[in-house]
Design a protein around this ligand. Sequence first.
Ligand code: ADP
Ligand code: MG
Length: 238
Amino acid sequence: MSSLKIEHLAKSFGTTEVLQDINLGIAEGEMVALLGPSGCGKSTTLRIVAGFETATSGRIELGGTDITATPAHRRNTGMVFQSYALFPHMSVADNVGFGLEMRKIGRSDREAKVRQALDMVQLGHLADRMPAQLSGGQQQRVALARALAVNPDLLLLDEPLSNLDAKLRGEVQHEIRALQQRLGLTTLIVTHDQEEALTMSDKMVVMQGGRIRQVGAPRELYDAPDSVFVASFVGNCN
Ligand code: ADP
Ligand code: MG
């Protein structure tokens, strides 16, 4: 696991500036929640960190190494998307092993890592199932196992719970947080759900219109928001 540092990150699509001067640090083993309304630039930030999108300007450091120009497949990040994005024609085990196969990890080593990753999310018994045979929560845990199987330096989660119903969301929320703390995973999670951010992070980053409005511990933002926007968004508006 590694620390992440984002400096003066900016992104434009054509003439539209969607990110402006994003500065953000995540310590090793820390979980940071990126929070803000739809369209404020959360996913774009994550995609740039993963290397799926190039920044217009700025710098990204992972574990002290400048990765700004490193292609996605050479950045050791694990990502979980909003929709499960499992391959429907592949078994659970093959889904989890996909990234390992891409990295040319040999069969027996791969099988061991797949088993270990599935055990982490308590789905070892479903290794031979197909994705369609699983519940939404189970599918999202498989996606998490797939991200963890490659032993990433950084875990990136883009609204991983938003397709789950409320009860399941709470369960998976606590599961992810417990796993993150147990394994000391450096994690950046995107959410538009205030409660989720409060429960799941060591530090919260509130974005609005492509800019960071405030960064702080959940309690700090809740008790001492420095703008009406943050107050209304984090939820303590009384
Ligand atoms: P969020 O995840 O916070 O909802 P996004 O990062 O997805 O927001 O999007 C931020 C802004 O960038 C939005 O206005 C969106 O329309 C725009 N955007 C995102 N991707 C593209 C793209 N490939 N081309 C043009 N505009 C984009
Ligand atoms: Mg998004």
